[in-house]
Design a protein around this ligand. Sequence first.
Ligand SMILES: CSC[C@H]1O[C@@H](n2cnc3c(O)ncnc32)[C@H](O)[C@@H]1O
Ligand SMILES: [Zn+2]
Length: 428
Amino acid sequence: MIEVGGAIIDKDTVIAEPVYLVLDGDIIERYERGTYPCEGGEPVNLIRKPNRVAIPGLVNTHGHAAMTLLRGAGDDLPLMTWLNERIFPLEDKLTEDAIYWGTQLAAWEMLVSGTTTYTDMYMMMDHAAKAVAESGIRAVLSVGVVGFNDVSRENGMQRSRSFHGNWHRQASGRITVTLGPHAPYTCPPDYLTEIAELAKELDVPIQIHLSETQTEVVNSQGDHSLTPIALAEKVGLFDVPTLAAHCVHVTDADLDIMARRGVRIAHNPQSNLKLGSGIAPLPKMLEKGIVVGLGTDGAASNNNLDMFEEMRLAATLHKGVAQDAEVIPAAVAFDLATAMGAKACFLGQLHGTLKPGAAADIVLLDAASPHLLPQHNLLSNVVYACGADDVRDVFVAGRQVVSGGEPLTIDVERVRAEVARIKEQLVK
Ligand SMILES: CSC[C@H]1O[C@@H](n2cnc3c(O)ncnc32)[C@H](O)[C@@H]1O
Ligand SMILES: [Zn+2]
């Protein structure tokens, strides 16, 4: 049982008074308004935190966790220069050990900033999954694959298949495996078709980067006479549930395809701004009924994994673009960062809420923080005022993984030392 001073159950249910959550293992059994009636003494499993506000754990729908190791290694460059000149040469030096420690660093950063579920597309993913299992976070993982030649194509298929066999639904069900074709500009059309076939066989969704920059769209039009999204549909990618990251440069016809085919979008406002890619038309996506989540992308293009920043940016950026303060209200931004984000990355209907039957992924904020005072509107305070520093306690699948702002599952001194060592190897 967790008793708190207030809770946001979901975007529509805000309780600005004492409330307690009753857990049944890794699930929320129910919530009740008021304090827990302690007739006959206080139960041993009652966590009483009147100075906390409970929200669902935040869901980060796009990223590359171990890129924490490359934070600050290439800034102020456009996407393709950033990738080709800075990131790919460093990634060539990453080892299995580096992926493990880079993912530990990411899990630490995400858990203490209130993210309980994240998605990942990267390399040597068995080692990322090990860090997920140990840290207690929940994750939707994929081996990132490219199809430059026959060897990379075959490797990608084999690695994806074996990663699925090793990790799908493992770590007490906290890991979901998906397939991760990097992008249409790194995976030729027939390779995308092969990947879609494998996804059907394994019965798993796909995550991919789509239409991130104008250059990508212009090149796709030149090479295939189709936008990346129209191409993805043509090659059969959308026959499988798909989560498309970015979708910054999209036509109305692209969005119609995505709405019709149930393609989800991961909106990464901070990364898109930092790489100078542009601003995705989030209001239009939502008007068309597309399921959208928020993502940080990797820590080398953001440069942090703080979902409070993405939530606030989603709620403010689009008001400025549209010159309309009514666009993306606080409740919608909160939904994108929680329940709709969970739908975007293929988790259960109730995931990202504190409703009965939802996974017990719960974040407790410091109700005494200046950001939560006064409480004219609790949801507004969380979206427009709170930040990662207000996170005090975090539970994933009913297990406490952060207490008083400190991670319980991560040896932070060890992570600091290993990351410093790996950084020296990378720059040698
Ligand atoms: C094949 S593993 C994933 C691959 O993606 C690269 N990456 C990181 N951020 C982005 C982005 O915004 N657009 C495209 N590709 C990106 C990452 O460095 C890995 O090489
Ligand atoms: Zn990405």
